[in-house]
Design a protein around this ligand. Structure first.
Ligand SMILES: NC(=O)c1ccc[n+]([C@@H]2O[C@H](COP(=O)([O-])OP(=O)(O)OC[C@H]3O[C@@H](n4cnc5c(N)ncnc54)[C@H](O)[C@@H]3O)[C@@H](O)[C@H]2O)c1
Length: 254
């Protein structure tokens, strides 16, 4: 699932480029799988393949973390999990609110992967008075009237928007005014936020459209090959296209 560009300079204050930050979750996912299999060390080539990233890029990325691995041994899996988690701020608990508890919001609320990654769903918020108090994923839905109080009481800095597009900007404005500084937006609309607020956008239909583009290109190549023509010179989508590493714009403007 691809998400959108943050409103931040290309390089973070500690000198880690934004593109490296965007790849850290890919490494972490691959390392977590190794850790679960009790694999003690991993080479840069193995980890790069598991993360779908070029190994030279991986070594460069890890150099920003001060992690160089040991020649002939590779990287210590557990230590790298710790280092990346720390860099991503995952060693602390992040209370998150989800606004808009319809099909998508309820599915997100039910997703067990947040808690295991350090994100605690502090509240579910919806504008429909009929939903107030009803439990979703074991959490009673709160009405939007309480939004500001919920944010303040729980020290929430991350908000997830899963409302219809027409409501998203207004919800975003309220979240930001209440102190939220990071927003994950699922609504198909471009949000305006002040400086200092990060917005990441998730749009599965855009991802599908990109895949459709590649499918169409593959079909065109096969037709050309079937016609006895030379194979098309244009490279097809590769594993490098699966993330921020690739040439497909997985990163969408917020
Ligand atoms: N990014 C993706 O890949 C993706 C996938 C599916 C849906 N979506 C988008 O997610 C959003 C939700 O989709 P859905 O199928 O869950 O819709 P839905 O109609 O089932 O749910 C929307 C919920 O938002 C609530 N709501 C409306 N206005 C609100 C407001 N001002 N404040 C708080 N809550 C409000 C409604 O009461 C409802 O419960 C839509 O914008 C949809 O386009 C995105």
């Amino acid at each position: 699932m691809a998400t959108g560009r943050t409103h931040r300079p290309a390089t973070r204050s500690r000198g880690i480029p934004e593109a490296t930050v965007a790849r850290l979750p890919l490494y972490l996912r691959a390392l977590t799988a190794l850790s679960e299999r009790s694999v003690p060390t991993v080479s840069s080539e193995e980890l790069a393949a598991a993360a779908g990233v070029n190994s030279a890029k991986l070594r460069k990325d890890f150099s920003y973390l001060g992690s160089y691995g040991t020649r002939g041994v590779g990287y210590d899996v557990e230590y790298l999990v710790y280092q990346i988690s720390r860099e991503l701020g995952l060693t602390q608990d992040w209370p998150v609110v989800i606004v808009g508890i319809g099909n998508l919001g309820a599915a997100l609320a039910n997703y067990g992967g947040f808690a295991s990654r350090g994100f605690r769903v502090a509240a579910l918020i919806d504008a429909d008075p009929a939903m107030a108090g009803k439990p979703v994923a074991g959490i009673p839905v709160r009405h939007t009237d309480d939004l500001e109080k919920i944010i303040k009481d729980n020290g929430v800095s991350i908000g997830v928007i899963a409302t219809p597009a027409g409501a998203a900007q207004q919800v975003c404005d309220r979240l930001v005014a209440a102190g939220v500084t990071s927003i994950l937006n699922f609504a198909p609309t471009v949000l305006s936020v002040p400086d200092g607020v990060d917005v990441r956008k998730v749009d599965l239909s855009i991802e599908l459209q990109i895949l459709a583009f590649h499918e169409q290109r593959k079909a065109g190549e096969e037709t050309a090959a079937g016609d006895g023509a030379l194979p098309a010179a244009t490279p097809r989508a590769t594993s490098a296209d699966q993330g921020p590493d690739g040439d497909v714009p997985a990163v969408m403007p917020a």
